[in-house]
Design a protein around this ligand. Structure first.
Ligand SMILES: C[S@@+](CC[C@H](N)C(=O)[O-])C[C@H]1O[C@@H](n2cnc3c(N)ncnc32)[C@H](O)[C@@H]1O
Length: 390
């Protein structure tokens, strides 16, 4: 295998030569995921500060070992890291990378993630699941074996299933029905979180979600896992369904494991699309986001500006309602061209509603303004009955 060296964060890593990023590479490495790794470093660093004791991390899908090496090198609160991978070539290169960076608190194991989780029950404060595609088959062992109070960091790249391009794989992997919509990436995160919450519940554990995002081709969630039967039962109250009208964009939600939503839209009579079960609780913790932003200056992150932009956006939308509207989609239903989004946002704010942009979509608006009023407001701005000059 031909290799070369790259620098990321505070580590130098030997990676395989490649022409294009591929899961078929002898050892997987994707330079584009630097932002993802920077975010993980920032969040685990903040988590370590919060728990205020030395932490042990399991990087279960190590590849070149770049994540595990960065956690060990860059996060002062990390005491030890175990890196796992099933690919012997990955294990070989990861071991070399730990030596290259003088990391004697990192062990590298060639084994399946589920086996390493089961054989290290209760030992890890942080479990990082970064597989090819779906994390679904690793969720139960993560739920069963993470130390209570621990942090789970879970990625999914099977966005076509979670976002509703393909229904059957989502049903098969997550036991949930998706639909395609302007906010399907948010739904994807909510489907994944509900699946994780149900797996945790089997072990009398529950989630405290800290951060979620959908960027490029992947989704990733960060959550603290707590234990307790009563709180686990209460946490399942966050699970429910969303009904979406593809015709007029009206939507409604119902809580519970069984949808109580009607099959037709009460506004226009068209068939509803229904997704769920999904997590309808918060997918961000505003205070944690702020604390993480405040502490990134202590870290040397190449993608700090991009990270802060994302965190600021999530901070802003963190206390908004479930789902958002897309100005272009609304204008399509109104058969008009879009006014300037900032004019619409200013007017929503003037009327005292919650309003924010969303990191999920450039043309998205997260607001609790009723859809009818929002449509009328857009028409009025377009017809210049409202807006900056009025
Ligand atoms: C997406 S890559 C991980 C990338 C790495 N976390 C990074 O940031 O560069 C997925 C890795 O998981 C490994 N893998 C696949 N199935 C596995 C399993 N069941 N248990 C452990 N590792 C596995 C693959 O060999 C591959 O190296």
């Amino acid at each position: 295998m031909d290799t070369h060296y790259i620098k990321e964060g505070l580590v130098e890593i030997e990676v395989p030569d490649f022409e294009k990023v591929s899961a078929k590479a002898p050892v997987f490495y994707n330079p584009v995921m630097e932002l993802n790794r920077d975010i993980s470093v920032a969040i685990i660093n903040q988590y370590a500060k919060m728990v205020d004791h030395p932490i042990s991390v399991f990087d279960a899908f190590g590849g070149t070992g770049i994540r595990g090496a960065r956690y060990a090198k860059e996060i002062p609160g990390v005491e030890s890291v175990m890196v796992g991978d099933v690919n012997p070539l990955a294990v070989e290169i990861a071991q070399k990378n730990m030596k290259l960076n003088d990391l004697d608190n990192v062990t590298v194991e060639k084994n399946d993630a589920n086996i390493l989780l089961q054989s290290n029950k209760g030992l890890f404060d942080v479990v990082d699941i970064d597989p090819f595609g779906t994390p679904a088959m690793f969720t139960q062992s993560t739920a069963a074996n993470i130390r209570p109070g621990g942090l789970i960091c879970i990625s999914a790249t099977d966005t076509s299933a979670l976002c509703g391009t393909y229904h059957d794989p989502c049903l098969r992997k997550y036991g949930a029905r998706p639909f395609k919509s302007e906010y399907c990436h948010e739904n994807g995160i909510r489907i994944m979180l509900a699946f994780i919450a149900r797996n945790l519940a089997v072990n009398q554990k529950y989630l405290e979600v800290l951060f979620s995002h959908s960027t490029q081709h992947y989704m990733r969630i960060y959550a603290i896992v707590h234990r307790g039967g009563k709180k686990t039962n209460e946490s399942l109250d966050n699970i429910g369904f969303i009904a979406h009208c593809p015709h007029c964009l009206h939507r409604e939600i119902s809580y519970g494991f069984v949808s109580t939503l009607p099959s037709k839209c009460p506004e226009c009579g068209c068939d509803y699309e229904i997704a769920g079960p999904m997590w309808l609780g918060s997918i961000w913790n505003k205070e944690f986001i702020k604390d993480t932003m405040d502490s990134v200056d202590d870290l040397q992150l190449n993608k700090k500006d991009e990270l802060l932009k994302l965190f600021n956006q999530c901070y802003e939308e963190s206390e908004g309602p479930v789902t958002f509207y897309d100005i272009h989609k609304i204008c399509k239903t109104l058969k008009i061209s879009s006014p300037k989004i900032n004019d619409v946002i200013d007017e929503i704010a003037n009327r005292g509603y919650f309003i924010s942009r969303t990191h999920f979509k450039l043309t998205g608006m997260r607001t609790d303004m009723p859809l009818d009023e929002l449509k009328q407001l857009i028409v009025d701005i377009k017809e210049e009955k409202l807006g900056p000059e009025n």
